[in-house]
Ligand binder design. Structure first.
Ligand code: ZN
Length: 251
């Protein structure tokens, strides 16, 4: 990718009044978090527990917690990379409205992003399905690992689950509506590390394009929407954003 391409995208970012980033697993794999759906990812080794199974079966809840404790260790070991940090800096400098993410790892917030819409929830909290209270995961993970017993809500005895959207579980209508609003109101969308195949990931760039926004795609592999984008870069997100950032600050 040429420096001219980075300069061109930096120019769009400077011009934009409502730029929005949309991020998928690709930005977090650069922090060492496995892409669950990729070969070698957790879903190639374990079958995901669907939400209905979780509700219906104690054995499914135990399997869910076993898998989540593995993922918890990956998340705890990860820290944000340059891609996360550049987005946080752009938000702080009012160049970016915020980040819509498919990721559940909390690394955008760790990097300093404040306006983050988590389409698939967050693994940084445990939530009770009965009283909806939120809990810190570590003590409950420790409790499960020590006893093998799935913990119940300490307040109401209800079922405890990570505050993520499971397979078979509906996305939050509020978060989804807000993401759609950001997409329609943006004048530049940066789609980073998502193959843009699954919904709603596939729709958000289309909404933005339909409303007249420019679309920039950065992803290791080609995506379904490369043809519709104003610029496409198949390289590391951290490296690419750092280079664009240099062009933004020193045109
Ligand atoms: Zn409860």
């Amino acid at each position: 990718m040429t420096i001219d391409e980075h300069r061109r995208i930096a120019g769009w970012l400077r011009e934009a009044a409502h730029a929005v980033a949309f991020t998928g697993a690709g930005i977090s794999t650069e922090s060492g978090i496995p892409d669950f759906r990729s070969p070698g990812g957790i879903w190639s080794k374990s079958k995901p527990v669907y939400f209905q199974e979780f509700l219906a079966s104690a054995a499914a809840r135990r399997e869910y917690w076993r898998q989540k404790c593995v993922a918890h260790a990956d998340f705890a070991a990860a820290s944000p990379n340059e891609g996360h940090r550049v987005l946080a800096r752009w938000e702080a400098a009012s160049r970016l409205r915020g980040v819509i993410t498919q990721n559940i790892d909390g690394l955008h917030q760790d990097a300093g992003s404040r306006n983050v819409l988590e389409l698939h929830g967050t693994a940084r909290k445990i939530q009770c399905l009965g009283c909806h209270r939120l809990f810190e995961p570590q003590p409950l993970v420790d409790q499960f690992l020590a006893s093998g017993d799935v913990p119940d809500c300490p307040e109401c005895g209800g079922l405890l689950k990570h505050a993520t959207i499971s397979f078979g579980q509906d996305l939050s209508p509020e978060v989804l509506a807000e993401a759609g609003r950001w997409a329609r109101e943006c004048d530049l969308m940066l789609a980073l590390g998502s193959s843009l195949v699954v919904e709603p990931a596939a729709s958000l760039p289309r909404l933005a394009r339909a409303a007249g926004a420019r679309l920039v795609i950065v992803n290791r592999d080609p995506t379904d929407q490369d043809d519709a984008a104003d610029a496409v870069i198949h390289e590391s997100i951290g490296k690419t954003l750092a280079e664009i950032d240099q062009c933004v600050t020193c045109p």
